[in-house]
Structure formats: structure tokens, C-alpha cells
Write a new protein. Structure first.
Length: 360
């Protein structure tokens, strides 16, 4: 059997899929990687091998309790997963009948919402955001009310990736009211540690159809362990547990997560956030003064989206010099836009030096 014959054994849906182009899949040859919104350094953790001969708990109690205490909710309101990406897939598998039900997204936004929908056979309704890139709550409410749309999930990224803006509370409340009894509203708070005042966790008790996704990948500096969370109503989480794999969190990951969520671990995270936010503010100030800089987008998370004059040329020149950024030129309304992760002081000085050379 040839490789072509083997591919024909896959489902039509899989053959037609385009995988999510993560930073690692895109790759690139370089020495400075500022394309994945990772923390610039890692912390040290201790691990025991005493229980490695045993299968781990599906939902380790110590992890649930630690994250619940951190997030200000009860352990029954927490589900732990392999990154928040897994939660996105779980939600679609749980609530969307293939080839019948829909999700709503507001592009430009995080690409995994569409990829997960396509993988699981859910339809995707795109509701363009307003001019300021905030979700068009009225348009979303109208789409939810149309029975032919069969909307089951609304994904809102806050802060939004890549534009960096947060969802306004009044917009979320309007969408929640429109979705009540109809759909689940998902607030993706992967970057919320950089703007904790903007969380919607306090809305969970009054809104059983609200789910919040979180992660240890960004501010906690633990992208490599793949640990994320869903915060939501216990009945919603029980449904997700019906479709989650038996052992989503391995024991070493659970051990690291508990240490990261300890009092000391949270203090380390908060110190990292303060450092990165201060560096971001200084970086934005300098880049804003360059003649090539045409627009600076939202500034809430640990990255900044810039529109440069001839952004494609800027991106190519950085890549040629071994500095890998993220190009968004092909996304809706983001022509000539480049997303830059806030890295170490040395990395940001390198970026500034190159930008100033290109600005001459």
C-alpha cells in the first residue's frame, strides 16, 4: 500500500484539515524567539519519582485545590487539562453535534478555536469585531437568537490574541444574557495574570453557562509542562469529564503545578509579571517613536502587536538576522502587523536595535 493509498483511509474531514500553525510548527532558524508569548526564563522545581509506577488521578485533588485557592473559586469549579487548548477541544466535543452545531468567533483571534471546530466537525460563525476590535455584542446576540445557526459556544479571548485588548465587562454581560439557555460563553483568560483586574471569575456564580479557560504557560512560565484549567459550573465540568482522556495530567506535571501555585510560586509569578509589564511599557514607548511604527494595538498581555510601514519587509529582515517574531499580515484587518513577545531585557534591546537600524 502506497502512502497515497494510506491517506485515503483517513476521513474526508481529516484529509481536508489545516493544522494549527503553532510557533514550533512554523519553526525558523534563529537565536532569539519572540513568537510564542513564552516567559523569558524558567523557575526551578523539585520532583519525586516515588509514584511514577502508578497511574495518576484524572483530576489530582492537590492541583484542583491549589488552583481554586489561587483563582478564588471552589475546587468543584475547577478542571485541570493539558493546557487550555485541551479545554477548547473538550468544549466543542461536548456541546457541538458534528455537522450541525456552530461556534462563534470574532477574528482576528486565537486560531485554535477554528482548528478545534474543524477537527470536530463544528461549523464556525465569524462575527467581525467593532472598529476598536472589541466584540460586537449586538451582532453576537443576533446570531445567537437565530435558530438556524444552532450556536452552542461563543469564544471570547480576553486579552485577545493577537490584538491585546480585553473584553469590556458590559459586552460580556450582554452576550451572557443573550446566550442564557442557548449556549456556553467561553472567556479565554490565558494572559489574565498580566491584567488581573480584568478577570470575569466573579461572574461565574450567577452565570452557569460561563466557562473561563486559564493556563500556567504564560505568566507562570510553564509552557513546557502543558497545564491548563477550566473554571465553571460543576455540571458543565462533569460533562467535560465524560470526554476527557483518562490521565490528562501526568504526575510530574501535577507536582510542578502545585509548587507553582504555592504562596512562594505565586509571588515568583507576580514578580515576573511586574518585570515584564515594566519592560513592555518601556519597549512600547521607544517603538512608538519610530517613523516605521504606524499603530500600537492593545497593551494588556506579555506581547504587543504593532503595525509597521511595510511590515512584511520588517518581518523578513528580523528573520534574516535570527530574531523570530510572529507575522499577522494575512489575518483580517492586520496587514503589515507583527506580534512581538516581551522577552528578556537583552532580547528587547536586540529588537530595538534592529528596528532603529531599519528606521534609518
Amino acid at each position: 500500500m502506497s502512502s497515497d493509498d494510506i491517506s485515503l483511509l483517513a476521513t474526508k474531514r481529516v484529509r481536508g484539515l489545516t493544522p494549527y500553525l503553532s510557533a514550533r510548527r512554523i519553526g525558523g532558524q534563529g537565536h532569539t524567539f519572540l513568537n510564542a508569548n513564552e516567559a523569558p526564563s524558567a523557575s526551578a522545581f523539585l520532583m519525586s519519582s516515588q509514584k511514577l509506577n502508578r497511574y495518576p488521578d484524572c483530576q489530582p485533588a492537590e492541583v484542583l485545590e491549589a488552583y481554586a485557592a489561587y483563582a478564588g473559586v471552589s475546587p468543584e469549579n475547577v478542571l485541570v487539562s493539558r493546557g487550555s487548548d485541551e479545554v477548547i477541544g473538550l468544549l466543542i466535543r461536548t456541546f457541538c453535534e458534528p455537522d450541525e452545531d456552530s461556534i462563534i468567533i470574532c477574528p482576528p483571534t486565537y486560531g485554535m478555536y477554528r482548528v478545534s471546530a474543524d477537527t470536530n466537525g463544528a461549523r464556525v460563525l465569524e462575527i467581525p469585531p467593532r472598529e476598536d476590535f472589541s466584540p460586537d455584542a449586538a451582532a453576537i446576540a443576533k446570531a445567537l437568537a437565530a435558530p438556524e445557526n444552532r450556536v452552542k459556544l461563543v469564544f471570547l479571548c480576553s486579552p485577545n490574541n493577537p490584538t491585546g485588548d480585553t473584553v469590556k465587562r458590559e459586552d460580556l454581560l450582554e452576550i451572557l444574557e443573550a446566550a442564557r439557555g442557548r449556549a456556553i460563553v467561553v472567556a479565554d483568560e490565558a494572559y489574565i495574570e498580566f491584567c488581573p483586574e480584568d478577570t470575569f471569575a466573579d461572574l461565574l456564580p450567577a452565570n452557569p453557562h460561563l466557562v473561563i479557560t486559564r493556563t500556567l504557560s504564560k505568566a507562570f512560565g510553564l509552557a513546557g509542562i502543558r497545564c491548563g484549567f477550566a473554571l465553571g459550573n460543576p455540571e458543565v465540568l462533569k460533562l467535560l469529564l465524560k470526554v476527557i482522556d483518562p490521565y490528562p495530567i501526568c504526575d510530574p506535571v501535577a507536582q510542578i503545578a502545585v509548587q507553582a501555585l504555592s504562596k512562594n510560586g505565586i509571588e515568583i509569578m507576580k514578580a515576573r509579571v511586574r518585570e515584564l509589564n515594566a519592560r513592555k511599557e518601556s519597549f512600547i514607548k521607544e517603538v512608538s517613536q519610530l517613523s516605521r511604527t504606524e499603530e500600537v494595538f492593545g497593551t494588556k498581555p506579555n506581547y504587543v502587536l504593532f503595525r509597521f510601514r511595510d511590515g512584511e519587509e520588517v518581518f523578513r529582515e528580523f528573520a534574516r538576522r535570527g530574531v523570530i517574531l510572529r507575522d499577522f499580515n494575512d489575518k483580517p484587518r492586520l496587514r503589515d502587523c507583527i506580534r512581538i513577545t516581551i522577552g528578556s531585557e537583552q532580547e528587547m534591546q536586540e529588537v530595538l536595535r534592529i528596528l532603529k537600524e531599519l528606521d534609518k
